[in-house]
Design a protein around this ligand. Structure first.
Ligand code: DGJ
Length: 731
């Protein structure tokens, strides 16, 4: 049983082969954080819990003058009765106060992992894959319970955490803050790493030393956002790709979030992640429960690479669901960059003919097929095919595509409404808005109010009819603006601050029902590219359109940064035309292919305008991709050279059996008179012999990893090479 309860010292020890997480109930009341990191046998509480009385730190237990909540490393701290640091939660009671006294009441340990009500979460397939501890704290005066959930996986160095408030008292309380996890480290010798960006420049990496005070990574946009990803990591100073301690936390949530780090004067570091408390208030009535989203916590002593591989395994096998979870994805063609809104049935058929001829397996019809939409200004909400553009309807086109041997996929943007739409004209109060205030447009559209049950029900039925109207096996679910005037016509004034979170609950309900009703459909989420690339969306839709930026050079950074948390099988990556539509850059087809092949390969270009040479290259590229696709999708990722550090980038995927690997190397600009350069591989078996691209020479894995491969001296910009590394006894 990997959760032990030492009754005498009141210590919980959660462990597996790799990690330990230790909690102590101090003074029978307070859950203190003792340790999280590499596996230890046992912990002697006296040696680790150094709580000291400090000037101006209050004395919570008069008989223990050394004890203060202000200096105690805690599991789920409050504010207002001793600890002056940032709290994990805050409730406002009937008397207007935010003082609460939650103390340990009981606990439960059991096999397996419960699902969270109405929220996405990691799961187990067998009860013995994980064990769960629930610590229940109670504020006896309020009659409110606080459950702290901890699950440890048996074979993954992962702890998941969440919290819920359960009201068993008699007067409503207001929840102002409810983080999913909080943890106090006993030193500050860390670097903070997070993923930041904007549209077309998502998930760039930033690493900087911690500073005293509070550092926040957050979104208040109503989506996890292009700007910050709901993830951060603390790295020991010496941590690199392969070595050093790394603690990564990620939130399974797609809305407003906050990840906070606080460094106090006694050199402790508090790390917390959860729903953004800014602009959030939730009323909890007697008999109700509020459930916070789940936080995924990964510890790696093998640097960032180890952290990523654990996240990848967790997300790929125990967060993503459905038929496509363990399947390689069809190579797709998407007409967006080829036609934008400007297409006819004939044009699409022509593109489909060419796509089929290239070996493409799925034809995706993007924006502009419905209502009277010929630009971004109208028709969102009117999910009826535009017969002027498609006289034979979606069915006619889909059948044509099928006859060409491809599957058919469709773009939708269901969460939005255009003011110029029949939907808006009949239901002007169905969008997020505040009565009497301006309804701010973004991309000419408003956001449907998914906090309303009736709107969600309408959407579920409308999309059900749509998805049944043609043989659709893929859906791209887009979302192209962030929220403003966040208010709901269906909620009373005192509940308006619940709207943004209720929206997420509504969206998750819709997705749960639709993915259940349409198990054959592969859903890909999108928000102007990667504006909502988060584990919450991946729970329902196992892949995400990584970025609207399809330039091969920009993609190196975007895909590299994304790979810190998300596995290749969750990333859509397309080859597009040159000059690139986002940056105007001209890169060779070979490099565009080599970059897109490192994830789910697709094409988004005027395929009908390609010359025979390029067509041949694409055909060959797709054939090659099929050879390496399983490795890319299910192999372990080893990042070799970062695009953030120079002109070279390299990464590789290694089969779990270590008998096969595929290496991707890219050089953006060539250097005059360059150094001799050896690329050191990683993740191979040191004592197994390998051949490169079936060459004559065989090398031990340790040579390839320690000495490396001498790379050619290249006098060419935008160079790329993909090569296979195969164990000698593999045919
Ligand atoms: C934004 C997406 O990211 C694009 O790929 C495309 O689908 C457009 N929306 C269509 O409006």
């Amino acid at each position: 049983m990997p959760i032990e309860w030492n009754k005498q010292d009141r210590i919980f020890h959660l462990y597996n082969r790799g990690i330990s997480y230790v909690i102590q109930i101090v003074h029978g009341k307070y859950p203190a954080h003792l340790y999280w990191g590499s596996r230890v046998q046992t912990l002697q509480p006296a040696s680790i819990l150094t709580c000291k009385s400090r000037a101006f730190s209050p004395t919570n237990e008069p008989k223990d003058t050394q004890f203060s909540l202000d200096t105690l490393p805690q599991e789920y701290p409050a504010f207002g009765n001793g600890d002056f640091r940032s709290p994990a939660y805050q409730l406002r009671t009937r008397d207007g106060s935010t003082i609460t006294e939650f103390v340990y009441d009981s606990h439960e340990i059991f096999q397996g992992k419960p699902r969270l009500d109405g929220l996405p979460s990691a799961y187990v397939e067998d009860e013995d894959e994980a064990d769960t501890l629930v610590i229940t704290m109670v504020d006896y005066q309020l009659g409110v319970g606080l459950n702290l959930f901890y699950t440890i996986y048996r074979d993954l160095d992962v702890i998941t955490r969440s919290a819920s408030f359960e009201h068993r008292g008699s007067h409503q309380v207001k929840i102002h803050k409810c983080m999913s996890m909080s943890v106090d480290f006993h030193h500050t010798n860390w670097d903070l790493l997070h993923l930041h960006g904007t549209w077309a420049r998502e998930r760039h990496i930033e690493r900087q030393p911690l500073i005293r005070g509070t550092q926040l990574i957050s979104s208040a946009r109503g989506a996890s956002s292009h700007q910050h990803n709901p993830f951060l990591a603390l790295l020991s100073k010496n941590a690199s790709e392969e070595y050093g301690d790394v603690y990564g936390v990620s939130l399974v949530y797609s809305g407003n979030f906050q990840a906070a780090i606080e460094v106090d004067p006694y050199e402790t570091t508090r790390l917390a992640i959860g729903i953004n408390p800014f602009d959030f208030i939730w009323i909890l009535k007697p008999g109700e429960t509020f459930q916070a989203p789940e936080a995924l916590m990964v510890f790696s002593k093998e640097g960032l690479g180890g952290m990523s591989r654990t996240f990848h395994r967790l997300l790929r096998t125990r967060l993503c669901r459905g038929k496509y979870r363990d399947k390689v994805r069809p190579v797709l063609f998407n007409n967006w960059e080829a036609t934008r809104f400007n297409f006819t049935e004939e044009k699409l058929k022509h593109l489909a003919d060419t796509a089929a001829n290239l070996g493409i397996e799925l034809f995706v019809l993007d924006d502009g097929w419905f209502g009277h939409r010929s630009n971004a200004k109208s028709s969102l909400g009117d999910w009826m095919v535009n017969r002027k553009k498609l006289p034979h309807g979606l069915k006619g086109l889909a059948e044509y595509v099928q006859a060409k041997g491809m599957q058919f996929g469709l773009w939708v943007e269901p969460e939005m409404v255009s003011p110029d739409s029949n939907l808006y004209r009949s239901h002007p109060d169905w969008c997020l808005h505040v009565p009497g205030r301006n309804r701010t447009l973004s991309r000419h559209q408003l956001v449907l109010d998914l906090s309303r049950e009736d709107v969600c029900d309408w959407l579920i039925e409308t999309l059900t009819t749509l998805f049944r109207s043609a043989p659709i096996t893929y859906v791209k679910w887009d979302m192209n603006r962030n929220m403003t005037e966040v208010g709901s016509a269906a909620l009373p004034p005192e509940r308006q601050k619940e709207t943004a979170h209720r929206y997420m609950l509504g969206l998750y309900r819709i997705l749960e029902i639709l993915t259940d009703r349409f198990p054959e459909i592969l859903f890909e989420s999108c928000s102007g590219g990667g504006g909502r690339f988060d584990p919450g969306m991946l729970y329902y839709m196992p892949q995400t359109w990584t970025s609207d930026d399809t330039d091969a050079v920009e993609r190196l950074k975007i895909q590299y940064g994304t790979s810190l948390v998300y596995p290749a099988i969750t990333m859509g990556a397309h080859v597009s035309d040159v000059p690139n539509q986002q940056v105007g850059r001209i890169t060779p087809l070979q490099m565009r292919l080599a970059v897109a092949m490192a994830a789910n390969l697709g094409f988004e270009m005027k395929v009908d305008k390609l010359g025979e040479k390029e067509r041949k290259e694409i055909r060959r590229g797709i054939q090659y991709y099929h050879q390496i696709q399983k490795l890319v999708c299910f192999g372990d990722l080893f990042r070799l050279i970062s695009p953030f550090e120079g002109m070279d980038t390299a990464w590789m995927y290694v089969a779990p059996t270590q008998n096969l690997a595929v290496v991707f190397y890219y050089k953006v600009l060539s250097t005059p008179n360059p150094r001799l350069f050896r690329l050191k591989l990683s993740g191979l078996h040191p004592l197994v012999k390998y051949r490169i691209n079936n060459g004559d020479q065989a090398y031990f894995g340790d040579e390839l990893m320690k000495v490396g491969i001498t790379m050619p001296l290249i006098k060419k910009d935008f160079f790329s090479e993909v090569f296979l590394v195969k164990a000698v006894d593999e045919a």
